[in-house]
Design a binder for this molecule. Structure first.
Ligand code: PEP
Ligand code: CO
Length: 453
């Protein structure tokens, strides 16, 4: 008897499930497998959050950043939370990114690719599986997509229903972002409006005077009869760390145009410092999707790791496919980054290099807060530009943890946030973020560095 003819499944051909045979770091322990299976099936049926065509455009944009013809600004919370997905907070983050982008575009005369760590940044890698407070030990908080932050057994137990809530919260966040950036709010002629509602401080004042210059330039161009359609809307992309296979795999779909897989949970996804093992599940899975991919590189990264990552994730050396996000720490970047950039340059590959000046600069204050010194953040950014200038390579972007809100989580900046202030306005459930004014200050520094390239 003849075997029945089975149509080849493109997901099988693409090897999307190969990762299940490999060690997967940082995955939650779900108490009930039946619930998980049901949730995964449900996620797989829900509409994609982003479209393959948008992802392809982003890849082209990143390719031009890798050539020094654009600059990537990527920013947002360390960990988004369900309760903070409110209109006000999303708008403040978008406004902060738009303001930073204006400072950079104007200061450096370069197009800026705007990308939120938003609409999907709900899962966190942790250094320990557990957390102990006094004599109680419970599972560590792994992000709202997995468990709750409250320190009770019920809240800290992983619950797969949260994956669906992560999807829904991402969908509503992205919907608002699209409304803001396509509906007139991001019109460059509103450059003053974006500063409204933020507290007075030196960075805001500096922004105001730049906004006045832009206003005058726009009025001048309008008087000359220029057409401003291009100023009305802006492209805005979303990104997150692709950590949880139980979310990313069901969100990965075969694009009907090309027959190839796209992870539709976000435009750009990255592999964290703790999950970039060459023979691990994350690298394998990400090697099979078409999205542009980021990889974090910490100070212990070897040149062979970097070259092997290129071979696995970007064997065809496709422009815009691969971004390295270095996060060395201010005291190490000038020592550790050059050999990596040099080896990559000499190999003929041309990934995008961006700096994450946050994750190598963690410290704990005397009064017990997880913080970062703004001066260290600035110094790592300076180091990043110095390294690329010395090697003749392209410093192509910046990746920051920020919020538009008036929090006090990082020390220093022109508002001189000190340890005592952290006690008043520290909100992050995870890493400390730059507040609105620190974010603007950083943008001015980067604009100067870009102008001097
Ligand atoms: C992060 O980006 O929040 C993070 C955990 O970074 P890294 O993987 O670089 O430690
Ligand atoms: Co973080």
């Amino acid at each position: 008897m003849n075997e029945p003819v089975v149509a080849a499944d493109p997901a099988v051909i693409a090897g999307l499930d190969n990762y299940v045979n490999l060690p997967a770091a940082q995955q939650p322990t779900w108490p009930d497998q039946a619930d998980l299976v049901r949730v995964r099936a449900e996620l797989a049926k829900l509409p994609p959050l982003v479209f393959a065509g948008e992802v392809d455009i982003l890849r082209d944009r990143l390719a031009s950043a890798a050539q020094g013809k654009a600059f990537l600004l990527q920013g947002g919370d360390c960990a988004e939370t369900f309760s903070d997905a409110t209109a006000d907070r999303i708008r403040n983050r978008v406004k902060t990114l738009l303001q930073m982008a204006v400072v950079l575009t104007y200061g450096a005369s370069l197009p800026v690719i705007k990308m939120g760590r938003m609409a999907g940044q709900f899962a966190k890698p942790r250094s320990s599986n557990d957390e102990t407070r006094e004599d109680v030990t419970l599972p560590a908080y792994r992000g709202d997509a997995v468990n709750g932050y409250d320190f009770t057994l019920e809240s800290r137990t992983a619950n797969p229903e949260r994956l669906l809530k992560a999807y829904n919260t991402s969908a509503s966040t992205l919907n608002l972002i699209r409304a803001f950036t396509q509906g007139g709010f991001a019109d460059l002629r509103s450059v003053h409006e974006w500063n409204r509602g933020f507290t007075d401080n030196p960075a805001n004042a500096r922004y105001e005077s730049l906004a006045k210059e832009i206003d005058r330039a726009i009025k001048f161009m309008a008087a000359c009869g220029a057409d401003f359609d291009a100023l009305r809307t802006t492209e805005f992309y979303v990104s997150h760390e692709a950590l949880l296979f139980d979310y990313e795999r069901p969100m990965t779909r075969i694009d009907s145009r090309t027959g190839t897989p796209y992870d539709t949970s976000g435009h750009f996804i990255w592999i964290g410092e703790r999950t970039r093992q060459l023979d691990g599940a994350h690298v394998d899975f990400m090697s099979r999707v078409r999205n542009p991919i980021g990889v974090k590189l910490g100070p212990t990264t070897s040149t062979s790791d970097v070259l092997d990552l290129i071979d696995k994730l970007d064997p065809n050396r496709e422009p815009g496919r691969l971004t390295f996000i270095s996060r060395m720490g201010a005291s190490k970047i000038r020592e550790e980054l050059p050999k990596l950039v040099e080896a990559v340059r000499d190999s003929g590959a041309n990934p995008l290099w961006i700096t994450d000046p946050m994750h190598g600069n963690g410290m704990t204050t005397k009064n017990g807060y997880k913080s970062r010194r703004f001066d260290d953040v600035m110094d790592e950014v300076r180091g990043f530009f110095e390294v690329h200038r010395a090697l003749g390579t392209v410093p192509g972007g910046i990746h920051v943890e920020l919020t538009g809100d008036d929090v006090a989580e990082c020390l220093g900046g022109s508002e001189h946030i000190d340890e005592a202030t952290l006690e008043e306005r520290y909100e992050s459930l995870c890493d400390p973020r730059l507040n609105h004014s620190q974010s603007l200050e950083l943008a001015f520094l980067v604009a100067e560095a870009l102008g001097n390239r």
